[in-house]
Design a protein around this ligand. Structure first.
Ligand SMILES: CC(C)(COP(=O)(O)OP(=O)(O)OC[C@H]1O[C@@H](n2cnc3c(N)ncnc32)[C@H](O)[C@@H]1OP(=O)(O)O)[C@@H](O)C(=O)NCCC(=O)NCCS
Length: 191
């Protein structure tokens, strides 16, 4: 009789399947990491420039949620250019890219937010996080976050915060691996 461990009470087939899938998933990821881990020294993290914009939008669009709300066709919609200009002109906004061999392989947006609470503490807010599909599980996201957190520290932020869609289970695992704690509940209202 099939059991998950070979001992004990037999499990229902769907439980065995779920365990098998999870094992396969983990094993594949471990092997992919071992084979594909890139040379990290060649990645540069910097403020985005206008020519990076199509690549940034393409990263935002190449995603289950982003696919339905972004438009990566070029020339880009003017609203993207307007947004870029607004971000670029604001000293408390930092749209960042990770660049490898001249290619944008990651992006995030940092906002430095002043506040009265906590004795006038500044906070860093991180949004729009993406690593190019072919570079995932290679440490790019981790290094991009280390860079981003350092930017926040250098701006005297007391802490860094972010929100993530409840459906993004994989991103949750990533953030928790980096030391973020799911301590708050986010609310949103469409306008
Ligand atoms: C989430 C994302 C940014 C992670 O980037 P990445 O470059 O693949 O992550 P890293 O390789 O640097 O991983 C850092 C750590 O997180 C873990 N991790 C990363 N993705 C994970 C996942 N999907 N499931 C479980 N753990 C994960 C890694 O195993 C690694 O742990 P380790 O230090 O023990 O090796 C990337 O997968 C991505 O862009 N996803 C799609 C978009 C998305 O969800 N963005 C977040 C929106 S809120």
């Amino acid at each position: 009789m099939a059991t998950a461990s070979g001992h004990g009470r037999p499990r229902k087939p769907e439980v065995v399947d779920a365990i098998g899938r999870e094992w396969l998933d983990r094993t594949c990821r471990r092997q992919a990491r071992a084979v594909c881990r890139p040379s990290m020294s060649e990645i540069d993290f910097r403020r985005a420039q206008a020519p990076d914009l199509p690549a940034i939008v393409a990263l935002l669009a190449d995603d289950a949620l982003g696919a339905g709300r972004e438009d990566a066709s070029t020339p880009l919609a003017p609203s993207y250019l307007d947004a870029f200009r607004a971000i670029d002109a604001d000293p408390n906004q930092l749209l960042a890219v990770a660049v490898e061999a001249g290619q944008v392989v990651g992006t995030l947006q940092l906002s430095f937010i002043p506040g009265i609470s906590r004795k006038g503490a500044w906070r860093g807010q991180i949004e729009g996080v993406r690593v190019a599909r072919h570079r995932r599980f290679g440490g790019v996201g981790k290094r991009m976050f280390e860079w981003a957190v350092e930017e926040c520290r250098s701006r005297n932020c007391s802490f860094v915060q972010l929100t993530t869609d409840k459906s993004r289970q994989e991103a949750h695992a990533f953030y928790e691996r980096l030391g973020f704690i799911a301590s708050h509940l986010g609310y949103r209202m469409g306008l």
